[in-house]
Write a protein that binds this ligand. Structure first.
Ligand SMILES: NC(=O)c1ccc[n+]([C@@H]2O[C@H](COP(=O)([O-])OP(=O)(O)OC[C@H]3O[C@@H](n4cnc5c(N)ncnc54)[C@H](OP(=O)(O)O)[C@@H]3O)[C@@H](O)[C@H]2O)c1
Length: 697
């Protein structure tokens, strides 16, 4: 039987001895603690040299850079510390024939493997996450890999090692710091001051606490684990992901009590019992009967991916409930002056001529700000989403009165803010994607993926229309058959209007494409006709004379509240879905026709218990474009999804299906006066039937 002996600087109280099997071989594993005594450690190395097949050195702080040969340095240091006579050292070193390891090779490979395999399995897990490394130097290779997935990295090395009140914010900085040539190190003389001056110490503790609070992922070194996080509270660690090595049960229990969401233990658990990474590497060395430096990354990786050894990073969800929290941002803006008038600061001035106009102009220039944090969205498929509603100041009127670049600039500022916050995807609300090229430029220049949300807006609008038509019960709908009815789309050439037209062409016998530019309409007609040859398509610039025949109307213009259609001419019982924001139909217009059902497009009821500030919708309900951003976050699809005016039909189908998977529901259909109850709809239907009867004599 082979023997692996771990000599640890840790407490003797944790010593153990047991037998196990690894790669088909029998092993005796023994740990001997030296209570921090280096002399004892060196003595034991010599003493047990004949008994062991491999030594592991435990609780030894690993060297900082991956460029040095850690093992040689380490053993030299240990031997130097007990034998300062060089002749004796040489003699002692030459007498050690057993391979010795601190586990650093396995740790480095395991760190990289853990990150890459998780990022692959849980698509985009680390994308743009805010990551705090207590010690980047201790996790150099992990830091390098992490920097491929996110720029939001903070290394606390200067604070913890030198008492310098500053974080390193990139892997490049960490590398310079490791080489001792980073500018920050010029501050080192202040170390003496910082370690003795209480206010500075307190300040360092304060900024470290703040960084912990803001981080999504915290990397805690194995050594002195409790020194780093022992004082943390659930407010600081709650919901976080902790990456560490060798998560013993007491550590897991501690992190569980702090409400930690996920512990990624990069030390593979190859034995039932959790043992130090030095023991595991010593086990591998003894099993393969190779010198430490002869074992390659590939060999270790092969062992890690081989299921028989179980050499894989360990994921522990302390609550027992696997959670993945994805993050999004969504840009909103005031739709009209009416929204400013409600603001406390503006209210006193609303009666002063020109004051509100002036506020509207000035706010359009304001930099973006966070209007609301969104939490509590939970998909039945398991993932969760949280995010930020970021507002830009321009009303549609202001956006349209400036060049598109004016809005792009503010959207790119919002994207930078979203990135800093840790958002993994950003959606564009209402008019922010109507101006210019509908998100194309912003998506090209932003550092995080962008979506306009228009795929879901289009499908949501028709989802709501279908629901309303069914509840009105005036049109015969038969499964698998086209609806024998007429429908018209206002703004048919637009991004949302054109998809609605395509969808309606598949469901109805006749579709009227309404717009201002007949050439655009003709081109649209041709392309729809190719896709759906059996539908009867019409192009109209002057729609009034056809309105009395329409069963369903969708309005999706960017007319900014201008009168788009004459509701007095509409057929009794018609269902009008008003997708536009600001709405194409004013409350006054809607009031003129109590026999027509006007619904405000298809809003989406979010899954879970969403918490966010008022966005002018009932609790838990979101605009479909916001819902698209959330669905993509829940699915971990951090990609540019819908942009431009040519929305792909495939994407509309995909987002609809993903929405169902993640528990999105059509919100109760509502109109200008709020949610329509069955009683309200019956009233509209009765009035419509009466009006039709009267019209038919
Ligand atoms: N409810 C939601 O969740 C949601 C989500 C996204 C967007 N929206 C709203 O939906 C609307 C359309 O968005 P989009 O992205 O499809 O915009 P878009 O691509 O710019 O299309 C706008 C369409 O409106 C037409 N139009 C513009 N001004 C008009 C006017 N005065 N009279 C008649 N037609 C006019 C344009 O026709 P021309 O080709 O002739 O210019 C174009 O066909 C916007 O109001 C937007 O705020 C709502």
């Amino acid at each position: 039987m082979k023997q692996v002996i771990s000599i640890s600087l840790g407490s003797k109280a944790n010593d153990y001895e047991f037998q196990t099997q690894f790669l088909g071989q029998k092993f005796k594993i023994k740990r001997i603690g030296t209570n921090g005594d280096y002399d004892k450690m060196a003595e034991l190395l010599v003493q047990l040299d004949d008994e062991a097949d491999a030594f592991g050195l435990g609780s030894v702080k690993l060297p900082s850079s991956n460029k040095s040969n850690p093992l040689i340095k380490m053993v030299t240091n240990i031997l130097d510390s007990v034998r300062d006579d060089s002749a004796k050292i040489a003699k002692l070193r030459s007498r050690l024939k057993t391979p010795v390891t601190t586990g650093d090779h396995l740790i480095n490979v395991a760190h990289e493997w853990a990150l890459r395999s998780l990022q692959f399995e849980h698509s985009g897990y680390f994308n743009n996450a805010r990551v705090l490394f207590f010690s980047g130097m201790n996790c150099f290779r992990m830091a390098k890999v992490m920097s491929e997935f996110t720029d939001n990295i903070m290394f606390a090395d200067p604070i913890i090692e030198n008492g310098i009140s500053k974080f390193l914010n990139s892997f490049k900085d960490l590398d310079l710091y490791a080489q001792g040539i980073h500018d920050i190190l010029r501050w080192v003389p202040s170390k003496r001051l910082t370690s003795s001056a209480l206010p500075l110490k307190k300040w360092n503790t304060y900024i470290l606490r703040k960084a912990i609070q803001k981080a999504h992922i915290i990397v805690v070194p194995y050594n002195n684990f409790y020194d780093y996080v022992g004082d943390c509270t659930p407010e600081e660690l709650g919901g976080k992901t902790i990456i560490t090595t060798t998560a013993y049960d007491d550590r897991i229990e501690f992190l569980k009590n702090q409400g930690v969401n996920l512990i990624i233990d990069t030390t593979p658990k190859i034995l039932k019992r959790v043992v130090g990474v030095n023991v595991q590497e010593a086990l591998v060395i003894a099993a393969l009967e190779k010198k430490r430096h002869q074992i390659t990354d590939e060999e270790l990786l092969e062992l890690m991916s081989a299921e028989k050894t179980g050499l894989r990073p360990r994921l522990v969800y302390p609550s027992g409930d696997p959670r993945r929290i994805c993050r999004f941002a969504f840009v909103i803006h005031p739709l009209s002056q009416e929204q400013f008038k409600l603001e406390k600061t503006v209210k006193p001035f609303i009666n002063i001529p020109g004051a509100v106009d002036a506020v509207e102009k000035v706010i359009a220039y304001a930099p973006p700000w966070v209007y609301s944090k969104v939490t509590g969205i939970k998909s039945p498929a398991g993932s969760e989403a949280e995010g930020w509603l970021i507002t830009v100041g321009g009303t549609p009127k202001q956006m349209m009165s400036h060049s598109p670049e004016f809005t792009y600039k503010r959207l790119l500022m919002a994207a930078r803010m979203a990135k800093r916050l840790g958002a993994q995807i950003m959606g564009l609300g209402a008019f922010t994607k109507v101006v210019g090229d509908a998100g194309v430029t912003v998506a090209k220049k932003a550092a995080i993926p962008i979506t306009t949300g228009n795929s879901y807006s289009a499908s949501g609008a028709l989802w709501a229309a279908a629901d309303a038509v069914r509840r009105m019960g005036l049109i015969k709908i038969e499964d698998g058959k086209k609806i024998n009815g007429k429908t018209m789309v206002f703004g048919a050439t637009g991004a949302i209007g054109s998809v609605c037209s395509r969808l309606l062409a598949m469901a109805f016998d006749e579709v009227y494409l309404c717009g201002r530019n007949i050439i655009k309409l003709m081109a649209l007609k041709e392309s729809i006709q190719k896709e759906t040859p059996k539908v009867k398509l019409h192009t109209v610039v002057n729609p009034d004379k056809y309105l009395e025949d329409m069963d369903v109307i969708v309005t999706a213009t960017s007319g900014m509240g201008k009168k788009i259609l004459d509701i007095t001419k509409v057929k009794p019982g018609c269902v009008i879905t008003d997708v536009a924001r600001p709405l194409d139909l004013s409350p006054e217009d809607v009031a003129k026709r109590p026999d027509v059902l006007v619904i405000e497009s298809g809003e989406i009821l979010l899954p879970g218990k969403p918490k966010l500030k008022d966005i002018g919708l009932p609790k838990g309900v979101a605009y479909a474009c916001l819902a698209e951003t959330i669905v993509l976050a829940l699915e971990g699809r951090f990609e540019v999804f819908t942009i431009g005016r040519d929305i792909e039909w495939e994407k509309v189908k995909t987002i609809y299906k993903l929405g169902l998977k993640h528990g999105m529901k059509l919100a109760a259909i509502s109109g200008v006066n709020g949610v329509y109850s069955d009683k309200d709809i019956k009233k509209v239907r009765d009035l419509a039937l009466k009006a039709r009867k009267k019209k038919n004599g």
